[in-house]
Design a protein around this ligand. Structure first.
Ligand code: NAD
Length: 357
């Protein structure tokens, strides 16, 4: 099959890690008889330097015309003095909005070989965990009315949360469908004891759940979910939640895996076109040194194959090659223990490609 992939490498380690993912995709293409064509676009600081804006029209249009987008990371100290809409990070927010990406999928799993890196107690980590957080990405309090005003007690600020039934229904469908492809267990996280939006959320998720009788649905309050993620993460399969709760819980879930250099994410809208990126930033402190761990971006490319291109077997093979590399003790600096030989970004990519062959 042929797919047209927009590459947005961005800043810092972005070009190195996207370059690694492209090498892995090329290996998949030759092994399974696909063809991937790539178009490169500027975003973030690199785009500011070249065109004066973080997301040039050409990038937006190129991404919209692609089958999917593989994104590195944007930002760095060089552009830290810029404010608001001029900042490199704005590129990502604008691109998500232009592509109408309302779903963010973030897997958080612990690899057997890296259990010692988790900040959780050994007896908790020993149970293992493999969680998929489905976060609503374009609604809720981050997009509601906000402002400052004079109140009874003096100057005040406010943010508002609203969710339409349609917004909840569409994310609920994604979550149930994701659960159907996994262990068929869905936890809907809300704050229904306090918030009206959460009561609508709960009601709507349960109504949509009637269409997915095979999925075991339960509700959990967000404060409890934050505790349960560190007490007993193995109880979760898929978690679905609103924009702000998902923002916080997905960072917590990534932290308990032990390394941000391993974690992928995908953002999807109505169709199959998505935006795939590692959860970490541009790591300016190690840019250009060859120390970047390419795994999060390589796993993001695997998610692209699975969720946008329907290439399940190919995605599985990348994930298996990464797992094998870790099990066999191959380490980049961020996940190395004492005495481990430290691989560069390119060397780790070579090892993974070797296991793919
Ligand atoms: P960061 O994720 O870039 O780095 C945090 C720490 O983790 C650093 O020590 C870095 O060296 C290390 N690290 C990150 N990714 C790594 C990898 N693949 N391999 C090895 N080590 C890795 O976060 P930060 O330092 O807070 O932010 C740096 C810049 O990135 C800022 O400008 C920030 O705004 C931007 N940022 C961008 C995104 C994005 O593009 N999606 C996300 C977060 C931060």
């Amino acid at each position: 099959m042929n797919f047209n992939i927009a590459l947005v490498k961005g800043d810092g380690i972005g070009p190195e890690i996207v370059g690694s993912a492209v090498r892995v995709l090329d290996e998949i293409a030759s092994k399974y008889g696909h063809s991937f064509s790539y178009n490169e676009y500027l975003a973030g600081g690199a785009a500011i330097d070249e065109t004066g804006v973080p997301l040039p029209d050409e990038t937006r249009e190129g991404c919209l015309a692609s089958d999917s987008v593989l994104f590195g990371a944007v930002g760095g100290p060089k552009w830290d003095h810029l404010g608001g809409d001029e900042r490199p990070e704005k590129a990502l927010l604008k691109l998500r909005a232009s592509m109408e990406l309302f779903t963010n999928l973030r897997p958080a799993r612990i690899y057997d070989a890296l259990k010692a890196d988790s900040p959780l107690r050994a007896d908790i980590v020993d149970e293992g965990f493999d969680i998929m957080i489905v976060r609503e990405l374009t609604g809720g309090i981050y997009f509601g009315e906000r402002g400052r005003r004079d109140g009874d007690k003096g100057p005040e600020a406010y943010d508002t949360e609203s969710y339409s039934v349609m917004e909840i229904e569409r994310i609920a469908h994604v979550a149930f469908q994701t659960a159907m492809k996994r262990r068929k267990k869905l936890t809907s996280v809300d704050k229904a004891n306090v918030l009206e939006t959460s009561r609508l959320w709960r009601e709507t998720v349960h109504r949509i759940g009637e269409q997915y009788p095979e999925v075991e649905l339960s509700d959990m309050l967000v404060d409890n979910a934050a505790m349960q993620l560190v007490r007993n993460p193995s109880q979760f399969d898929v978690i679905v939640t609103s924009n702000m709760f998902g923002d916080i819980l997905s960072d917590e879930a990534s932290q308990i895996t032990g390394s941000i250099g391993l974690l992928a994410s995908s953002s999807l809208g109505e169709g199959t076109r998505g935006l795939y990126e590692p959860i970490h930033g541009s790591a300016p402190d190690i840019a250009g040194t060859g120390k970047a761990n390419p795994i999060a971006t390589i796993l993001s490319a695997a998610m692209m194959l699975r969720y946008s291109f329907g290439l399940e077997r190919e995605a599985d093979s990348i994930e298996a090659a990464v797992e094998k590399a870790l099990c066999e003790g191959h380490r980049t600096g961020d996940i190395a223990g004492e005495g481990d030989r430290i691989l560069s970004c390119d060397e780790m990519t070579d090892v993974i490609i070797g296991y793919l062959r």
